[in-house]
Each structure stands twice: as structure tokens, then as C-alpha cells.
Design a protein around this ligand. Structure first.
Ligand SMILES: [Ca+2]
Length: 264
């Protein structure tokens, strides 16, 4: 989504009083929601030219998808140096979005091209593709289904063999739908989601869609690195090897290993 389009959507949302978990309107704490703040426990270089759309670990190795027309890519990344070890580009007419791995395959969404590309995780050879209706934003998996966001408040569960929709759930905060769900990560039975344009991550119950937690990431990127452009928080990856969560953002020069602290 372009900045201009997002600002238009944001203004419309505020007019409609849709809940932005993190906006002033929704800042009053809800008793059924747990509130956290991130603590940085590790810092790594990140390619500041990467418009981060998808982030995940597979077998302890980091992968990232990056957007923009003419610049989109899927990468295998060296966590410690931030350098790209292997890269494939879906073509100049594709705006890459979220990505995730499952059973030796990488699934890569596209924004408006209504195509999910499927790559071999070892070679990045393109094996197949699926068509879907609407936009593609974030992608993760619970090990059974692919779980996809499309910029709305919906999470769509899809069969990884056919991409056919199995079910969908509306994500709600304090009973109201949460729009602009973006990059996703399935962690310990819950779905963590970036919300486009916000410095908060929400923790969602995938069965009910209810937001159970909100993570304050406002202090994550040091202020000296903050631009005024599209460098929004986006990118959540859980590494089962060290049990840690890694976060970054679009065009951020840093990636962070974090843990959560309760906010009293
Ligand atoms: Ca992710």
C-alpha cells in the first residue's frame, strides 16, 4: 500500500471510529487484553533497501520477502551480517508481499497480482503458483493451514496443497474489527500481527479472532534511524532454535531480537 493510500484509509477509519489498537482512541487499557513492551536482547544489521513484507525462520535460517515493483525479492539472509545468501525475484510486474515456509516450500504472496508463488526452499526454483481473489499482505502457518491477511480485518486459512480457503476469522479488539492486518507470525498457538502504520503488534487468538495482547514497539528502532517515509514496523519471525522473536521494519537498517515485558 502506498503512503497516500494508507493515509486516506487511516483518515476514513478514524472517521468511522474503527479501532486502531494503539491509536489514541483505543489507548484505554482493556481488562481482557495483556499489554507488553519489547526489550531488545540482540541487534543485527538489516538491509535498509529491503521493503520488508515477510520474515520467517526455517531450520534456524532467516528468510525475508521484500516488496515494491521492480525491486521485489525473496531472500535467504545471514542473520549476523544482514547479507543476502540467495535471492530470487518474482519479476518487475510483481509487488511481493508476505511469505512463509512449509514442508520444504516457500509461499510468497503478491499485493495486487492475485498470485501466490511457490518456491523450493533449498534452490529457490519456482515450482508452481496459485491464484486468489483480492490483495495479499501477510502470511504465516500453524503447520496445518496457510494463514493470510489481505489488508482488512480478516485472517484467511488456506489449504497449502490447493490454496483453497478453509475458513476465515475477523480479528477484533474490544469487540470491533481491526483493519490493516499485515505481516504475521504464528507463535505458541497465537498469531502475532503487525498492523500497517502502527508501532504496535497484536496477539490474536486464531480461533476466535479476539486480540488478547498488545505489544508496544514504539522504542524499538533508535530515533536516529527513523525516517519520515515508509519505514514502518513490519516483520516478525520466531526462531524455534533459540526460542526468540526477531523484529524489523521496512527500510530499517536494524533487526532486533526481543523479549516481552509486562506493562503494569
Ligand atoms: Ca512472519
Amino acid at each position: 500500500m502506498s503512503r497516500r493510500v494508507f493515509i486516506t484509509f487511516a483518515v476514513l477509519s478514524l472517521m468511522l471510529l474503527l479501532p486502531f489498537p494503539g491509536s489514541r482512541a483505543a489507548d484505554g487499557k482493556k481488562k481482557d487484553v495483556k499489554y507488553y513492551k519489547v526489550e531488545v536482547i540482540g541487534s543485527y544489521p538489516h538491509d535498509a533497501s529491503a521493503y520488508t513484507q515477510g520474515l520467517f525462520f526455517d531450520n534456524g535460517i532467516l528468510y525475508e520477502s521484500s516488496g515494491q515493483y521492480g525491486e521485489s525479492s525473496l531472500r535467504r539472509v545471514d542473520l549476523n551480517t544482514g547479507s543476502t545468501l540467495l535471492r530470487v525475484d518474482p519479476g518487475p510486474a510483481v509487488f511481493a508481499e508476505g511469505s512463509v515456509s512449509m514442508d520444504g516450500l516457500v509461499y510468497l504472496l503478491s499485493w495486487r497480482e492475485q498470485t501466490c508463488f511457490v518456491y523450493d526452499i533449498e534452490t529457490f526454483d519456482l515450482l508452481s503458483s496459485f491464484s486468489y481473489y483480492g490483495e495479499g499482505w501477510g502470511l504465516t502457518t500453524d503447520g496445518k493451514s496457510l494463514i493470510m491477511s489481505d489488508g482488512s480485518s480478516s485472517l484467511v486459512y488456506r489449504d497449502p496443497m490447493t490454496f483453497v480457503e478453509r475458513r476465515r476469522v475477523t480479528v477484533t479488539f474490544d469487540g470491533k474489527p481491526v483493519p490493516y492486518l499485515n505481516e504475521l507470525e504464528y507463535i505458541d498457538g497465537k498469531i502475532w500481527a503487525n498492523v500497517y502504520g502502527l508501532d504496535y503488534i497484536i496477539i490474536i487468538d486464531g480461533e476466535s479472532g479476539v486480540v488478547e495482547g498488545r505489544i508496544d514497539c514504539r522504542d524499538l528502532l533508535e530515533k536516529r534511524y527513523r525516517g519520515k517515509g515508509e519505514d514502518v514496523l513490519n516483520g516478525i519471525a520466531y526462531n524455534p532454535v533459540d526460542g526468540a522473536v526477531y523484529l524489523t521494519g521496512k527500510y530499517w537498517p536494524k533487526m532486533y531480537k526481543v523479549r516481552l515485558n509486562d506493562v503494569k
